[in-house]
Design a protein around this ligand. Structure first.
Ligand code: SF4
Ligand code: SF4
Length: 81
């Protein structure tokens, strides 16, 4: 799954989600990520809350998450209007 926030693209490869622990869910301080107990995989929740801090990307031992790009000044400006 893939979604865009401003100039950033958030990519989640569910096939690579294999830790079965939800490490990224615990790491996300914004409550964006959820853990599907049945599938034992992460699922993306409320993307509006994401601040692109990359904590989830860093903690994932299987590189299931990648965040590409960086917020531009224009992104930041439009987020506050
Ligand atoms: S840390 Fe990685 S492997 Fe573990 S639940 Fe999150 S996406 Fe899946
Ligand atoms: S980038 Fe940060 S805020 Fe966004 S889902 Fe990952 S940990 Fe949560």
């Amino acid at each position: 799954m893939k979604w865009k926030g401003g100039s950033i693209t958030y990519i989640y490869d569910e096939d690579q989600c294999r830790c079965k622990l939800g490490l990224c869910v615990e790491a996300c301080g914004q409550g964006v990520l959820e853990f599907d107990e049945g599938k034992e995989k992460m699922r993306i929740g409320n993307t509006v809350q994401c601040i692109f801090c990359r904590q989830c990307e860093e903690i994932c031992p299987y590189q299931a998450i990648s965040i590409e790009g960086a917020l531009t000044l224009e992104d930041i400006r439009t987020a506050f209007v």
